[in-house]
Design a protein around this ligand. Structure first.
Ligand code: HEM
Length: 487
């Protein structure tokens, strides 16, 4: 029987729809808001601000629900107990990451396909944590690098002499510098082209990466997107990071991450140990550290500054504590951390209230798994909704959208460490940079408040707490005035 082209397309479409319906009827998938349409799924029912969408779906479907977008099934997890059960108790079943556009570009260059999972990921993570620990412990190299950078940052802010400042841009250059310093053993001036271009490219990448995520839903689109600006951007970032690698790999391995990685790799090869460490995985690791370690910390510091404008009483309480416990003659150090209870509480409250990665970083199920009676098929993308924990009224009280550091202080005046505070994720795949981020937050924020009074540009009119969605949830653009406190 000969079929015309039109008839063949119709047959394929009908078979496709039947398979789709069969798949959704036979396994007990987590519920959905409405039955998904063939081919497009729930595309017409979602908008890009998941923070608005997800609570509505949860109200109707419960703590675990499915969203079908094009060819891809997503399962959203809500509430501390469910997220913990999946990511901690069943950690291996939820441990992988979906391949993002950037990985696809690297794979198109003939690179290893197992970038984010399996043995490559396991060894990559171990190496990152081991080297960061080596720098952080013993020689306390990390803390002293952060402290040096904070000094440059505060001095740079001094140059604005009380005029309005875009604090986010300067903070991003500064946190990027910390990652550069750790990776290469070298820092850059804030106007240096190498640093500025890298930060600008990363910025462009993180903005366009959101659009590129659409290829997860409609994989065929990636064939149409081959030569987009995104691809050129990734190649440009790779080129810049590769030149970091070339200029750092033969330096002292006690001094920089890249040389430490090379030394570790050569040691393994000499001892005849199997290893996935190679030039390409080093490039990917450097990329991840730069991407993961720059915008996250700078966005958190920017939110803190905005909270200080909106809650001037909290700012004054933090300053009074610093003044009493540290004084203003020397900068705070990590040794001061246990004494500054109110500041520590304000940092925790910033991490909670800012919730900069409200849906964490997506995971992927490497195999079919059963969670609370639902079947989650192999290849499903998992969205741990951290917002559902960080704004849960049963944990934080009736005012989760207020900024109230006191919720982290107990009756004895000591700091509380609730296990539900999970802005860095949980389980084997939680953020490997948490310890560095906590060090940065403490040293930047204590020094900032010790030296400057943070003020709105229009007296008495603080900028709004509205956010915009990107790779992280960032405050809408605002400026700030920094008045030097008198010693
Ligand atoms: C306030 C700052 C930060 C926040 C809130 C944050 C949050 C997170 C979260 C929620 C995840 C996903 C965890 C999961 O899947 O359970 C993550 C992953 C990651 N973070 Fe962070 N992070 C921060 C700072 C950093 C820093 C400073 C670095 C680098 C030194 C870093 C490097 C990474 C990397 C490489 C991953 C991916 C880990 C993997 O796939 O195994 N992060 N982060």
């Amino acid at each position: 029987m000969d079929l015309t082209c039109g008839e063949a397309v119709s047959v394929i479409a009908v078979v496709g729809i039947c398979l789709f319906l069969l798949k959704h009827q036979t396994v007990s998938l987590p519920p959905s808001l409405v039955r998904p349409f063939p081919l497009i799924g729930h595309l017409l029912h979602v908008n890009t601000d998941f923070r608005v969408n997800i609570p509505k779906w949860r109200m109707k479907c419960g703590d675990i629900f499915s969203v079908q977008l094009g060819a891809q099934l997503f399962v959203v997890l809500n509430g501390y107990d469910v997220i913990k059960e999946a990511l901690v108790k069943k950690t291996d079943d939820f441990s992988e990451r979906p391949r993002m556009h950037m990985d696809e570009i690297m794979i198109a260059q003939g690179r290893d396909v197992q970038i984010n999972s399996g043995p490559v990921w396991k060894e990559k993570r171990t190496v990152v944590i081991t080297i960061l620990k080596k720098f952080g412990m013993g020689k306390k190299l990390l803390a002293s690098r952060v402290q040096d950078e904070v000094k440059y940052y505060l001095d740079h802010l001094h140059g604005f002499d009380g005029h309005p400042v875009d604090i986010r841009r300067i903070t991003t250059l500064s946190t990027a510098n910390i990652i550069c310093h750790i990776l290469t053993g070298q820092r850059y001036a804030y106007h240096d082209e190498t640093l500025c271009k890298l930060v600008d490219e990363m910025d462009r990448f993180t903005n366009s990466n959101q659009q590129a995520a659409v290829t997860i839903f409609f994989p065929f689109l990636k064939y149409l997107r081959r030569d987009t600006a995104l691809r050129r951007g990734v190649l440009e970032i790779q080129r810049r990071l590769q030149s970091f690698i070339e200029s750092s790999k033969d330096k002292d391995s006690e001094d920089n991450f890249i040389a430490s990685y090379q030394a570790e790799r050569e040691g393994k090869l000499r001892r005849g140990e199997a290893t996935t460490m190679n030039e390409f995985n080093l490039l990917k690791t450097v990329f991840d550290l730069f991407l993961g370690g720059t915008e996250t910390t700078s966005t958190t510091i920017t939110w803190f500054a905005l909270f200080m404008l909106n809650y001037p009483d909290v700012q004054e309480k933090i300053f009074e504590e610093i003044n009493k416990c540290v004084g203003t003659e020397r900068p705070p150090t990590l040794e001061d951390r246990p004494k500054l209870v109110y500041l520590n509480a304000a940092i925790k409250e910033t991490l909670r209230r800012a919730s900069i990665l409200p849906q964490s970083v997506a995971r992927l199920c490497p195999n079919e798994v059963i969670l609370r009676g639902y079947t989650i098929p192999k290849g499903t993308i998992i969205v741990p909704n951290l917002d559902s924990v960080l704004f849960d009224e049963t944990i934080w009280g009736p005012d989760p959208w207020s900024f109230r550091p006191e919720r982290f202080i107990d009756e004895k005046g000591e700091i509380k460490n609730p296990e539900e505070l999970i802005p860095f994720g949980i389980g084997h795949r939680a953020c490997p940079g948490e310890s560095l981020a906590q060090t940065e937050l403490f040293l930047y924020l204590s020094s900032l408040i010790q030296r400057y009074h943070l003020l709105p540009v229009m007296p008495g009119v603080p900028s709004s707490l509205n956010y915009k969605c990107g790779l992280t949830m960032t405050p809408e653009y605002f400026q700030i005035k920094l008045m030097e406190r008198k010693k």
